[in-house]
Design a protein around this ligand. Structure first.
Ligand code: GDP
Ligand code: MG
Length: 180
């Protein structure tokens, strides 16, 4: 078989973060860049995933992006399935919500540690809703300090404008590629 008929590798990505930070909107923006931001997205129930081909400097990959509600009652039993075979995780907070940022350290990092092989996963911290500068509660400096402590990279995105959305997913794949 020639290279062109080779199937691109599957890359499972999991989205983590509080309800309302914009996880579902980020995935929707990635998979359908021209759609308007949906303000009535219902809280994601259970687990669902979308796939998107990404053309990265490291070749084409088929990203399989898992998204869930930030609701603990669903997450608990589903967590092992959620993290199984994941290659990367996007930890999302909302730059206009200090509470969503605090949850990273109080909750989401612990879940990663308990349910995933945290050392093998590529991790990216994403501060979403960067279009809402006037309502900002989390500075870039604060987020970057957190990243340094946990060996992660950081990007600010807007699912509304599309800023850095594709870049975030491509960055994650690049982080993973560097490890191989
Ligand atoms: P999830 O619970 O983490 O999946 O969050 P959603 O994707 O459902 O988004 C929660 C709310 O935030 C929705 O009303 C979205 O329209 C809104 N939202 C998501 N991303 C952005 C963004 O980048 N900017 C703005 N202004 N609103 C956003
Ligand atoms: Mg959602």
């Amino acid at each position: 078989a020639t290279a062109s008929t080779t199937k691109p590798p599957l890359y499972k990505v999991v989205m983590l973060g509080d309800s309302g930070v914009g996880k579902t909107s980020l995935v929707a923006r990635l998979t359908n860049p021209n759609a308007p931001l949906n303000h009535d997205i219902s809280a994601t129930m259970g687990i669902e995933f979308d796939t998107q081909m990404l053309d990265t400097p490291h070749g084409k990959v088929k990203a399989q992006i898992w998204d869930t509600a930030g609701q603990e009652r669903f997450a608990r039993v589903l967590l092992p399935t959620y993290f199984r075979k994941a290659k990367g995780v996007i930890l999302v907070y909302d730059v206009t919500s200090a509470k969503s940022f605090d949850s990273l350290g109080e909750r989401w990092m612990a879940q990663l540690h308990d349910h995933a092989n945290s050392d093998e996963l590529a991790k990216l911290l994403v501060g979403n809703k960067c279009d809402l500068e006037d309502s900002r509660e989390v500075t870039k400096e604060k987020a970057e300090m957190f990243c340094n402590e946990h060996g992660m990279e950081h990007l600010e995105t807007s699912a509304k404008s599309g800023a850095n959305v594709l870049k975030a997913f491509e960055r994650l794949i690049t982080i993973r590629a560097r490890r191989r």
